[in-house]
Design a protein around this ligand. Structure first.
Ligand SMILES: *[C@@H]1O[C@H](CO)[C@@H](O)[C@H](O)[C@H]1NC(C)=O
Ligand SMILES: *[C@@H]1O[C@H](CO)[C@@H](O)[C@H](O)[C@H]1NC(C)=O
Ligand SMILES: *[C@@H]1O[C@H](CO)[C@@H](O)[C@H](O)[C@H]1NC(C)=O
Ligand SMILES: *[C@@H]1O[C@H](CO)[C@@H](O)[C@H](O)[C@H]1NC(C)=O
Length: 566
């Protein structure tokens, strides 16, 4: 355009341009301190060992690698309820705001104490106010909390943490080994989620580094990672899978590794988890409970499935959760996840659910655990594990994705089963494990208190602790978003008040409770990273606007880290 202008006009234009540049320059300088975290790129310092360039003993050529399924995405039915913005109701808005602030206050107190007393450590000990390393010394609580910091709009704190993380050296660990499952869901999941929310490049770079370490663990004859990764052995090419490995450990890498391939274009991560999926798929029909997998898998002998214990608690749980979530993350492009999930959930519903025998015959369900005894007899134990309380959310979500309304109903009753358990204990919190009497079927039955040496309303408590776990509120949150039923928010608020009261320490921190059945509560000097990553996040989210982390756009990994559907 300038070419056609008379000489004077173009000089004028040039002059104006210079003025504009100077003015913009002046104001961007002035405003720089305010937006410090956006203006200054964070420094990335590479780890001292480069796992990406680690020499493999059992290389897989790229042509033999499974590729991300390419075809067209399928239309996944909406998971989330269609919320209409309510007519302006000042009182309701204010009450939601107050609830969110109450939860955020607890998060801020926790974070501030961590920053002050345990910066860079895996955990803060909430009574002695000391740092503690339990997950390799790579700042687990910090990385696990990054996305919650972002969600709660704590940008300066987020930035300080991201700046620390950008210089983290994965080769400088406080331990000689790391746990495959925890490293994947907390560190890799936390970094990927924080990256997708913030677009902060160093977080992706650090995610790739730890992803490469985890991927190196697939370098063996079986191309399967061991549950415990010993760094020294792995560097020498001596990392072998084991005869007994946690099923959930192996089955809960798909979301993170798929996301890594989606973000980097490098097929190796997806290839790794695809091998695990195929192995699980191959054995799904030949276990003692066809459709489910036992808690332990023999990875050395072709994914042998001789173990006879099945549950949705420790070592079982997220294996199932990741089938439906991986289907969603891949937008339905890989049908095997639908087939596997559908078979699994049918077997779970048929074998694992029980209706607890309760004084008021409340219409709730729970998941128990199974031991298959001699002669293939399926022995359902009506145990309630806090860890298995995620199941209501999972089954309801699967019900939406695969259009099974009956599963949404079951998910609702399971979520309410855990909420019932919370409300039944004197401090309003359910313990780690308890057991009940089961009705003969899922229909209501008469309560016989003599049938169980019950302590509380039909519950016999086993492990009496509450360790700040999220699974119950997780399901309540998912069910709220799926059904739009406000009752869930009331349930959540009661749970929150109980948890805050019971776990708060004189230092303003929050700690594990030793025995939830006592009226005088005592604490343990421990606070795991999922308190900030999950428990506080789900409580905050249920009182947030429903468009925040919409369930039709985001998939939560099993540590509460949202990943974007792509
Ligand atoms: C591997 O090492 C080579 C040579 O040192 C380097 O050029 C390359 O960037 C490294 N690859 C990765 C993924 O870091
Ligand atoms: C390893 O990390 C610790 C703190 O976690 C730090 O004090 C030390 O300097 C680091 N060592 C190296 C070689 O970076
Ligand atoms: C999954 O297993 C079924 C039954 O064994 C088989 O037909 C199918 O090809 C398998 N799918 C994949 C992707 O391995
Ligand atoms: C799995 O087993 C069931 C019966 O136990 C059978 O009907 C089905 O065909 C089997 N499926 C595969 C893929 O082997």
């Amino acid at each position: 355009m300038a070419v056609g202008l008379p000489f004077n006009a173009s000089r004028l234009a040039l002059g104006l341009l210079i003025v504009v540049i100077l003015v913009v320059g002046y104001f961007s300088n002035v405003s720089a301190p305010l937006f410090h975290h956006e203006a200054v790129p964070l420094e990335f310092v590479a780890s001292s060992y480069d796992w990406a360039n680690h020499t493999r003993k059992h290389p897989i050529s790229e042509k033999d690698m499974a590729k991300l399924p390419a075809g067209d995405a399928i239309e996944i039915p909406p998971i989330q309820h269609l919320f209409f913005s309510p007519p302006d109701n000042e009182e309701a808005t204010k009450s939601l705001e107050e609830k969110r602030s109450d939860i955020k206050r607890a998060f801020v107190q926790t974070w501030d104490s961590y920053e002050k007393h345990a910066w860079g450590r895996d955990e803060l000990k909430p009574l002695s106010m000391k740092g503690h390393d339990s997950l390799g010394g790579w700042a687990a609580s910090m990385i696990d909390a990054l996305d919650t910091l972002w969600l709660m709009d704590m940008k300066p704190e987020f930035n300080r943490a991201a700046s620390y993380v950008g210089r983290l050296d994965w080769d400088n660990s406080t331990s000689e080994s790391c746990n495959l499952f925890e490293t994947n869901i907390r560190y890799l999941g936390g970094l990927l989620s924080a990256y997708e929310l913030s677009s902060e490049g160093v977080l992706l770079s650090k995610a790739i580094e730890i992803g490469d370490l985890l991927y190196a663990a697939f370098d063996n004859y079986e191309h399967m990672p061991p549950h415990t990764i010993t760094f020294h052995d792995l560097k020498l090419g001596r990392g072998h899978p084991e005869q007994k490995q946690s099923s959930a450990g192996l089955g809960s890498m798909s979301l993170e590794f798929t996301k890594l391939t989606q973000l980097t274009g490098n097929p190796k991560y997806y290839d790794g988890i695809d091998r695990i999926t195929r192995a699980f798929n191959r054995t799904q029909n030949s276990t003692l409970i066809p459709g489910m997998w036992p808690l332990q898998i023999d990875v050395l002998h072709d994914f042998g499935v001789k173990d006879d214990s099945f549950s949705l608690g420790a070592n079982g749980d997220s294996l199932y959760e990741y089938l439906v979530k991986e289907f969603v993350l891949l937008r339905g492009r890989e049908p095997v996840y639908e087939e596997m999930y559908t078979k699994a959930v049918d077997a779970i519903i048929k074998n694992l659910l029980f209706r607890p025998m309760l004084p008021k015959k409340d219409n709730v369900l729970m998941v128990g655990k199974i031991d298959v005894v001699g002669g293939g007899i399926v022995n359902l134990q009506p145990h309630l594990e806090h860890l298995s309380c995620f199941a209501g959310g999972m089954i309801a979500m699967g019900g939406k994705v695969f259009e099974r309304d009956d599963h949404v109903v079951i998910g609702d009753k399971l979520a309410r089963g855990c909420a019932y358990a919370y409300a039944s204990f004197p401090n309003g919190i359910m313990p780690e494990t308890s057991s009940l009497s089961a009705c003969p079927s899922l229909d209501p039955c008469e309560f016989r208190s003599s049938s169980i040496r019950a302590t509380t309303d039909g519950f016999k408590t086993k492990d009496k602790r509450y360790v700040l776990r999220p699974e119950a509120i997780e399901s309540i949150f998912i069910l709220y978003r799926i059904t739009g039923n406000e009752e869930y928010r009331d349930i959540a608020w009661d749970m929150w008040k109980a948890i805050k009261k019971a776990t708060k320490t004189p230092h303003g921190t929050f700690a594990e409770v030793k025995d939830v059945t006592q009226s005088e509560l005592t604490h343990t000097d421990s606070m795991e990273s999922f308190w900030m990553a999950e428990t506080l996040k789900y409580f905050y989210l249920i009182f947030s606007d429903e468009s925040v982390l919409h369930l039709d756009e985001w998939v939560f990994n099993t540590e509460g880290h949202p990943l974007k559907r792509s």
